[in-house]
Design a protein around this ligand. Structure first.
Ligand code: GLU
Length: 284
C-alpha cells in the first residue's frame, strides 16, 4: 500500500518554521516511499480563519519547495460530513448535549479541588450528563448555546480496549488512554465539529495512512484512535515529531513573529537554506 501523508494547517495565522518542518517531514516521508502528499485546510473555526492566511499557506509551502495534490480539502466546505458522524454517535447514545457555560464549568471544577486535568484542559465534571429528555428539550427551546460531548464511559464500553493501539514509527505499538480526556467536546452549536472529530474522519476519508505531526498532539491520538473504532475507520500509522527551534535556536511559539516563513524569507534566506537549517539536506 503506498504511503499517503498530509499537512493540515489552520489558516489562522502565518506558517512558522515549525510548520515548515512538519510539512517537509510529511512530504519527505511520502516521496521517499513513492507515495502521495496531501494538503488539507482545517478551517472549522470560521471566526479565526482568514483568506489571506490561506493564500499565504499556498505561497509559503510552494516557496519551501513542496508540491501537493489538488483539490485541497477545506473542512469548512464539509460540515455535513461531520454532522452525519454526530448523528451516528447520537443514535448510539454516545454523545449528549451540554448547556454549561465556561464559567459554570470553572465554578464546578473549583468546588472539587481534586478535579482531574486532561490533555485538552480540565476534565468536564459531567453536570449535563444526566439531564432528562424534558430538560434537554427545554434548553433547546430556549435556544441556549450548547456543546455536544462524548460520553467517555459509554464510548469505552463500546470498544475493546485491546484495539485502542497505534503504531508510532520508530517506537512500535502504543496503547491508548483516551479516558484522560473525559467527556470531550465533539461539536458546538456555533462550530459544528471539533478538531478531533474532523481530523479523524478526514484522515480516513482521504486514505491518509501515515499521520505526521508534532509531539504536542501525541495524546490527542489516544482520542482519535477511540473515535476511529467508534466510527469503524482505519487507524493510520503515526509519526509525532519533536518541536523544532527557530533559526536562532530558540523554541518556537506561534506568536513569535520573527519565526514566520514570511519573515525569514524577507530576511533574505533562500528556501535551500531554510530546508537545511530545519534539517532537510538537499538531494544531490
Ligand atoms: N490543524 C491542526 C494544527 O494546525 C492539525 C493537527 C494535525 O496534524 O492533526 O495543529
Amino acid at each position: 500500500m503506498s504511503t499517503i501523508t498530509r499537512f493540515a494547517p489552520s489558516p489562522t495565522g502565518y506558517l512558522h518554521v515549525g510548520h515548515a518542518y512538519s510539512a517537509s517531514l510529511a512530504f519527505e516521508q511520502a516521496m521517499k516511499a513513492g507515495g502521495r502528499f496531501l494538503l488539507r485546510l482545517e478551517d472549522i473555526d470560521q471566526t479565526r480563519c482568514r483568506p489571506e492566511f490561506e493564500a499565504a499557506i499556498y505561497e509559503d509551502l510552494a516557496w519551501i519547495g513542496l508540491k501537493w495534490e489538488e483539490p485541497v480539502r477545506k473542512q469548512s466546505e464539509h460540515f455535513e460530513d461531520y454532522q452525519a458522524l454526530l448523528e451516528k454517535l447520537h443514535d448510539r447514545e454516545l454523545i449528549y448535549p451540554c448547556f454549561c457555560t465556561r464559567k459554570e464549568i470553572a465554578a464546578e471544577i473549583a468546588r472539587s479541588p481534586s478535579a482531574p486535568h486532561g490533555p485538552d484542559g480540565p476534565v468536564y465534571p459531567g453536570t449535563c450528563k444526566h439531564l432528562s429528555a424534558l430538560e434537554i428539550d427545554q434548553n433547546f427551546s430556549e435556544d441556549k448555546p450548547y456543546a455536544l460531548r462524548l460520553n467517555m464511559e459509554r464510548a469505552l464500553d463500546a470498544v475493546s480496549q485491546d484495539l485502542l493501539r497505534f503504531e508510532e514509527v520508530g517506537k512500535g505499538i502504543i496503547q491508548c488512554d483516551p479516558a484522560r480526556f473525559g467527556d470531550v467536546v465533539l461539536a458546538r452549536k456555533e462550530t459544528p465539529t471539533s478538531y478531533h472529530l474532523a481530523v479523524t474522519f478526514d484522515d480516513a476519508l482521504q486514505g491518509v495512512n501515515l499521520v505526521v505531526r508534532g509531539q504536542d498532539l501525541f495524546e490527542a491520538t489516544y482520542l482519535h484512535c477511540l473515535l476511529q473504532h467508534l466510527l469503524s475507520l482505519p487507524t493510520p500509522r503515526y509519526l509525532h515529531h519533536g518541536l523544532v527551534s527557530d533559526l536562532k535556536g530558540r523554541r518556537l511559539a506561534k506568536r513569535d513573529k520573527s519565526a514566520t516563513i514570511r519573515d525569514i524569507r524577507e530576511q533574505g534566506y533562500s528556501p535551500e537554506e531554510v530546508r537545511k537549517l530545519i534539517g532537510f539536506q538537499e538531494k544531490t
